[in-house]
Each structure stands twice: as C-alpha cells, then as structure tokens.
Design a protein. Structure first.
Lengths: 492, 467
C-alpha cells in the first residue's frame, strides 16, 4: 500500500472543497473525502496485519522514500509500524465523526471544512513520517487551522483562547525545532532520518540537552503539566468539531512525538529524566481530576478531564516498560475516541439547550434518549468501566507501571490510580445532573439526534466498544512496536 | 572582448536599454499611462525571463566587475521583484503624473544594484551603492502632495549620506592598510590587526545602516511610513535583498580571514535585531510601520544564516530573499490596494476585511504566514534553513533565542489575521475592485509562496549555484 495516498487524499478533498459552490456540495464532498480516508485507514490496518501475519518483521512497513531537499539530508521518507497504524485509525474515526457532527455549520461552511480537512492532513502526515523534518513540517501545518477554527467559529473568549493555543503550541514546536537541530548536528552524521538516527550512537551530552527540549516541546501539545493551560480555554472555546479534532487528534501528536522522537531516539536521555516525567504526569493526572470536580461547564469538565487522561499517556511513557508504553499508545487511541465522542455529545446538547452549564440542565433523558444514552456510554468509558476502551487502556498502563518494583514508581502508580475514584465522582455527577431529575419546561420541545449525529456517535462508539470488548487486536498491533522502542531504551 | 562585454554585462545592458527607451518615450509624444504601464510591465517581464539565458561567469575591467551563475540568479530575483512591483501597484502607478520618471528612477536604482552585486572592487562597490540609493530617496518623495513623503525622502538622504561617509572612511582605512581596492587582493592581505578591525567595523556600519540592523535602524520606520507604498516595498524587499547579497560576498570573500572576529558580532547583532524588531512591531498601528519593523526582524534571520560562513549560508540566504520577495511584496501589495481604494493604513481599519474582500484577505493571510514561517508556505522552509545554517556552528543558545523570536513574531502577525478574519466591524472596507494586473501580481505571489517551498528543486538549484 502506498502511504502517500494518506496525504494525497485529504489534499484532493481540500481542492474539491475549494471548487465547490454551495454549502451542501461542500458538506457532501467533505463527507465523501472523510469516508474515503476512513476506508483507506481500514485498508491500511488490514494489509498491515496481513503483512505481519505473513511474517514480515521489518520495523517499518510500506516504506517509501522520495528525494526532498537532498542538500540538507532531508528526504520524504514515510513508513508505518503498529503505533502509527493505531494513530491513523484513530484519526480516521475522529475525522469522519467531526465532519458529520458539523453538518449544521452555516457560517463560512467552505472555509470550515477546508480547515478541518487540512488539520487531518497534518495529522496523517505527522503519523507516517519517518523523517524528522517532515514530521515537524506536518506538526506545524496543524497549528494554524486550529487557530482559525477557534477564532472564527468558536464561542466565549474565542480570540483569547485561539491566541493562547497558537502561541503555546508554536512555543512547543520552537523547542522541538531546537531539539531536532541538536539531533541533526549532534550525531556522527547530519541527518533528519528517524531510522538512521535510531541506529546512531548519539552522545550522552546531546541527549541530556535535547531530550528535555523535545519532550517538553511535544509535551505542550499533549498537556504536559505545567504547560496544559491552553487545553481548557482552547477546548471550551472551539466549535464542536474543533474540540473533537483538538482533543482527539491534535493532543495525540504530542504523545506520539514524545514516544517516537524523544524517547526512542534518546534512550539515555529518557532514563535520565524518566522520574521527572513521572512526577509531572502524576501531578497532571491528579490536578486535572480535582480541577474537573470544580467545573460547572460541560466542555470545561471534559477539557480538564482530558488533562488528567493525557497524563496517563505521559505516565506510561515515563514508566519505560513495554507494557506501559503499549498502554500509553492504547490510552491515546482510547482517549481520542472517547473525548471526541464526549465533545460531540456536548455539542449536540448545546445546540439544543443553548447552555453548557450542568446546573441549568436536568431530565434530558426524557426528550433526547439517544443523546443521553451516548452521554452515559462515554461517561462510563471515561471513568474506566470494563468493556469499554478506557478500562483496557488505563489498566494496561497501571500493569506496566507496577512492573517497576521500586517504591517511587509504586507510589506514583497508586497516586495515579486514585484519580479514577475522582473521575467517577465528577463524571457521575455531571451526567446525573444533565440527564436525570426533573426536566425544565424550556427543554420539553427539544428534538433528539438527527441522522448525521447518530451516525457520528455510532462510529465512535463502535471504536470504543471494539477496543473494550476485544482489546487483543489493538494490543497485538501496538505491543511489537512498543517492544522495539523498549529494546532501544533498555540498551540491548 | 566585445563579445565578453556583451555577454557578461547582458543584464545591465538590457536594463540600460529599457531605461533609455523610457527616457525617449518621455521626451516624445504623450502616451496614456495605462498603455505605458502595460509596456513597462511587458519589458520588465522580458527582462526577468531574459535573465535566465546566456549565463556566463567571468570578470571584466581588471576584476572590477564579476559575474557568475549565482550572481545572475540574484539579479533575476531582483528582476522578478521589480516586475511584481510594477504589477501590484498598477492602480497607484496609473494615477501618477510622473509614471515614466518613476520607472526611470527605479531602473537606475536597480542598475546600481546590479553593479553592486557584481562589484569586485571597493571603488565599484561604493559607486554602485550610491547609484542604488540616491534614486530611491527621490522615489520616496513621490507622493508629491504629502508632507510626510518629503520628510521621508529627507530622512533617507541624510541617513544614507551619513552611512556613505562612514563607508568611505572604512574603505580609505582598508586602502591604507592593504594598498589595494580589489576584493581578491584585500582578502589575501588581511591578518586581523586592530586597524583592519576598525576598518571592518566602519564598513560593516554602512551595511548595518542599509540593512537597518539594530542599532542603526532608527530611520527605517519613518521612511517606510512616509514613502508611497510602492517605494516602501521596493526599499524593504529589493534594497534589503541586494544589500544582503553583497554582504555575503564581502563577508565570505573579502573578510574571510577575519571570520572568527565577525562571527560573534554578526550572531549577536542578528539576535538583537530580531528581538528589537519584534518587540517594536508588537505595538505598531500603521501597517507600513508594522511591516517596517517586521522586516527588521527578518533581517535578523538573514544575519543568522550569514553567520554560518558556509555554502549552506549562501544558498539559504539567497533562497530566503527569493521567498521574502514573494511574501513581503504580497503583503505590501494588499496594503497598497487597500490604501489606494479606501485610503486606510491602520491595522484596526482591516477589521472585518474578510467579509467584503475574501481574495485579498487570503493573500494577506498567506503572506503573513509565510513571513511568520508557518508551513506549508515557503517562509517555513526559508526560515528553517537559515536557522539550520546558523546552528551548524553549534551556538544553540542563540538558535533558541531565534526560535523563540518566531513565537513573538507569530503573535503580531496573528494580530492582523485576527483583525481580518475574526473581529467584527460595522463599517468594513468596501469591496475593492482590483486592477487585473494587480490581481495577476497577487496570484503570482501566492503561487510563489505556496510552491517555492514545496518544490525542493528551487533550493537545489540555488545550492548548485552557490558552491
């Protein structure tokens, strides 16, 4: 399978959207494009599994390399392993759901869908690139669409939130840039190629300087404490699809970068700073959970809980065991699906009730049974109910973390575990107040979900349940790739 | 000999030919401005295309004048820039009472720039620098009914006179130390004695004036604000680009033996220039002043690339200037179109522009993203290569400061994007009917902004030239 298709398809969709005239045409071409991406991602998944089953054990599959700026030793080098395939699947799920959910956007429809598709282009490109230069290129491509999505279609303090997000993310990528240059000039050969760099012995001094730069830089994207402050503002001000993309895809770029670039290329650096990562991510997990308790706005609730949940990703990476890293990747996929669904539901409720304040709602189950059922499912997934994806992912992270026998890791694991209780409190309270109890007369005439919203929710729920009931396929996909990373970190 | 002369100096000869043609047209029968401008645009396009043929390298007049593939390419960039200027500001140019004079002055300045890039001798260098400066000062006065325009012209004349004085002093010191004016011979005779350092500092000061490197930047904002936008764009894009090219030659060829000395200076000035340019740009309200300070910050990045003293440095600087021509001219083109149609030059007047003028809003946004270095625009590649070239010497602290500067600059570029796309305005600028040639210019700029980066062979071509 040719991986450039994953970049060309969104590009083609964007061009088609540009040529369309009416907003109906725009919506349908975006939906067709997103469905094609979805199918392509599934094809990629199955061919990847087939190749692996046939015994193709090379680290990266479907590698392609084109010449691009050869004088800087840059090449357009693409390839996927299990982790990338998992992330691509996630992206495809979220993109199609996001396109469906935004069916009601009437303000500058063409621009809206164009930016959504550009964002997905950045994400696909990021996950398949094996050259750090193009990885960085795609990372930055995704920043400006987010800025415009929030600033133009957002609500509340949207300009402030958009500015904060763009500047903090650019700050993160500035750190990444310096770290990448350190890698480029630090090894015994000037190259941006990920596979070449991974075979190189990078001097300890370079690792000690570049690892924190890269980890913090990517960490900003994935809400590393204390650089998480853009998350609540950005998520709550963004339009529904914007929040879905932001939390579902964009935050995962950071986690993937932390794992694939920082940890994989600089194992000594990772071992050096692992404890700091663990401390920071445990703080993020607990702080995010407790901060959520105080929130009254549904979007803020999900935004702060995203900080907490993404903490598990970084915790898993910091634990440096094979299981924990596999768990981190599974948590990325699980949280991506779950949080996208959560934001989608919040968007549906907000469109009808015109409020996101939990206190002002109540009894919604009587008028919109479908939407509230989805809210229950996603809430239960968030608090880690077995049978849904959240449980599988967090459990794997905890199991991986517990493999470290020393007290420090044990304490961190226990502390992180405690957040689950807090999560249960705020989730149950929020959905209880929203769905149960007496209904406000204002809401009696509200309609339940329309076809597009139902379809979006069903697609995401299918993903959540597929992971929750049969986690093996995801585990099989991710674990061999996590093992490659761990072997490098363990210095074998 | 004659053949050599014709071939090696062909760009200058073509330019002089166009210049004389304009002079004759001016003296002769009155031609309507529209037709004259169309003719000039065609001639300038021809000049640009012709720049890619008959490229030879060699030198004339005992080394006074030298050319090679890279210099020819640099001249093509300048030719492209003036062609774009003639397109983008056609509305303003058509209304001008002195259209032929404007282009006569502009082409003489460009002729000076061509000789400047090709100069192989300090005397030639000084002469062509003056030729490249004085006509521009006259052009700055072209808004004849505006006081601020003459003020700009006066400020420019005074500051360039001062810098010329400093330059001449530096040249005389160099002549005193080495006994020669020729670039090649000077390079062989330099050893880093204190008098030579003094001479170098004077020489560099003159460059700093022309490139508006901090702390010699104070004239820039006033001149940019006062001059007509077409002239401002010429000053900020073409003049700066040319000076950057010749600075490359002077530092890499003439002062190569003193590399260890000038590396620290250039690096430090680069960072200071970036920081100061960015900080001042943050609070500007007038779009021309804003672009002036942002161009100061861009010069900081150019210096970063120059500091690397390598082939990569040369190629990344030339590449960046090429991209800068497209991005900055597009921004100036939009500002010019708005100023011409609505008479507004303040950033807050741009609020709600997207509602009425989507096309120029996108052109403006793309050009600002390119200036800020956001992919997939070419500016991303240009800036990244400058930073990578600068990092090759391992000075990561300064590189980190440069990378952080990209965030500050993003903040103020986004200010305009926000005004255009997000802010509400009851009375946005009315729909502007763009002149077809202005539109063509903007389309060329946009295509350049998007394609120059993605098509890696452009950079590869420059690399093969700069070895």
């Amino acid at each position: 399978m040719n991986l450039t298709l994953l970049i060309l398809l969104p590009l083609l969709t964007a061009v088609v959207i540009l040529l369309m005239r009416s907003s109906v045409q725009v919506k349908w071409s975006a939906l067709i494009g997103a469905s094609a991406q979805f199918i392509l991602a599934l094809i990629l998944f199955f061919t990847f599994r087939k190749e692996r089953a046939l015994g193709n054990a090379s680290q990266m599959l479907f590698e392609i390399q084109y010449k691009w700026f050869p004088s800087w030793h840059i090449s357009f080098h693409l390839g996927v392993d299990g982790i990338s395939v998992a992330m691509i699947l996630l992206t495809a799920f979220v993109v199609i759901a996001g396109v469906l959910v935004s069916w009601n956007v009437e303000k500058m429809t063409k621009e809206f869908y164009l930016l959504l598709i550009l964002l997905s282009l950045g994400a696909y490109g990021f996950f398949i690139s094996l050259d750090l230069f193009i990885l960085f290129f795609f990372l930055e491509i995704a920043v400006i669409p987010k800025y415009l999505l929030i600033g133009i279609w957002g609500s509340g303090k949207k300009e402030y939130a958009a500015n904060k997000l763009a500047l903090m993310l650019m700050g993160g990528s500035a750190l990444v840039l310096v770290g990448l240059l350190g890698l480029y000039f630090g090894g015994n050969e000037n190259t941006f190629d990920l596979l070449l760099l991974s075979k190189m012995k990078i001097p300890i001094m370079v690792q000690k300087i570049c690892f924190p730069l890269l980890f913090v830089g990517f960490g900003v994207f994935t809400a590393l404490f204390p650089f998480h402050t853009w998350v609540p503002d950005g998520h709550s001000s963004a339009p529904t699809a914007g929040s879905m993309f932001l939390a579902g895809i964009s935050m995962k770029l950071g986690g993937y970068g932390c794992l694939r670039v920082a940890t994989y290329l600089m194992p000594e650096g990772a071992r050096e700073y692992a404890n700091i990562i663990i401390v920071l991510s445990t703080i993020a997990i607990l702080y995010g959970a407790f901060a959520t308790m105080m929130q009254k706005d549904l979007k803020y609730i999900n935004a702060y809980s995203s900080v907490s949940h993404c903490g598990f990703v970084l915790l898993g990476i910091g634990m440096l065991t094979k299981t924990a890293i596999a768990g981190a990747v599974m948590q990325m996929v699980s949280h991506g699906l779950m949080t996208a669904l959560f934001f989608a539901v919040i968007g549906m409720i907000y469109e009808r009730t015109h409020t996101r304040e939990v206190n002002e709602m109540g009894g919604l189950i009587k008028v919109m049974p479908f939407i509230t059922t989805v809210l229950f499912i996603v809430g239960l997934c968030s608090l880690g109910l077995p049978g849904l994806s959240g449980f599988v992912a967090e459990m794997t992270v905890f199991m991986g973390s517990w493999q470290n026998p020393d007290p420090f890791h044990r304490v961190a694991t226990i502390a992180a575990c405690m957040s689950i209780v807090v999560t249960a409190v705020y989730i149950l309270r929020a959905i209880g107040q929203t769905a149960m109890g007496p209904i406000n007369d204002r809401y009696l005439s509200l309609q339940d979900a329309k076809w597009n919203e139902k379809l979006a929710a069903i697609i995401l729920i299918a993903g959540i349940i597929a992971i929750g009931i049969a986690p093996f396929w995801l585990n099989d996909l991710v674990t061999p790739a996590a093992e490659v990373i761990m072997q490098k970190v363990a210095g074998k | 000999m004659l053949n050599d002369f014709l071939l090696l100096m062909k760009s200058e000869l073509v330019l002089a030919f166009i210049l004389f043609l304009l002079l004759i047209l001016k003296v002769g029968k009155e031609i309507r401005n529209e037709r004259l401008l169309a003719l000039i645009q065609i001639l300038l396009l021809g000049n640009f295309i012709f720049g890619f043929f008959f490229i030879e390298s060699g030198s004339l007049f005992g080394g006074m004048f030298a050319t090679n593939g890279l210099i020819a390419f640099q001249k093509s960039i300048i030719g492209l820039g003036i062609y774009l200027i003639s397109l983008l500001f056609s509305d303003w140019l058509k209304k001008s009472e002195h259209l032929p004079e404007f282009f006569i002055l502009l082409l003489s300045a460009v002729l000076g720039m061509f000789f400047l890039i090709s100069s192989g001798n300090l005397l030639m260098f000084y002469l062509s620098l003056e030729l490249a400066t004085i006509p521009v000062a006259a052009m700055a006065n072209f808004d004849l009914d505006k006081k601020i325009s003459s003020e700009a012209s006066m400020k420019m004349i005074l500051s360039s006179a001062l810098s010329s004085g400093v330059l001449l002093f530096g040249i005389s010191l160099i002549y005193g130390v080495t006994g020669t004016m020729s670039f090649d011979q000077i390079a062989a005779l330099l050893d880093g004695s204190s008098l030579q350092i003094l001479a170098f500092v004077f020489l560099f000061t003159a460059f700093a004036f022309k490139l508006s490197i901090v702390p010699f930047h104070l004239w820039t904002a006033d001149v940019y604000e006062g001059a007509p936008i077409a002239v401002t764009s010429f000053l900020s894009v073409i003049s700066k680009g040319t000076i950057a090219f010749i600075l490359l030659t002077i530092l890499y060829k003439v002062f190569a033996p003193m590399y260890a000395l000038w590396y620290n200076m250039v690096m430090l000035l680069s960072v200071i220039t970036m920081v100061v340019g960015n900080l001042f740009a943050l609070r500007q309200q007038n779009i021309k002043r804003f672009l002036a300070f942002s161009s100061i910050a861009q010069v900081g990045f150019i210096l970063l690339g120059i500091s690397s003293y390598s082939n990569e440095g040369t190629s990344s600087v030339v590449y960046f200037v090429l991209i800068y021509v497209f991005s900055n001219l597009a921004a100036f083109g939009v500002a010019g179109a708005i100023s011409q149609a609505a008479g507004k030059e303040r950033i807050e007047d741009y609020k709600g522009l997207y509602q009425t003028n989507p096309f120029i809003s996108w052109v403006l946004a793309l050009s600002l993203f390119s200036l800020a270095g956001i992919p997939p625009t070419a500016g991303f590649f240009g800036k990244l290569f400058l930073i990578t070239a600068g990092a090759s010497k391992g000075n990561y602290f300064f590189i980190a400061v440069a990378a952080l500067n990209m965030i500050i600059s993003l903040y103020y570029y986004l200010r305009i994007v926000r005004a255009v796309f997000m802010d509400k305005n009851d009375q946005p600028i009315a729909k502007i009917n763009l002149d077809p040639s202005t539109k063509l210019g903007m389309i060329i700029c946009t295509a350049g902004i998007i394609l120059i980066g993605l098509l890696s062979w452009v950079y590869d071509y420059i690399t093969t030239l700069s070895i």
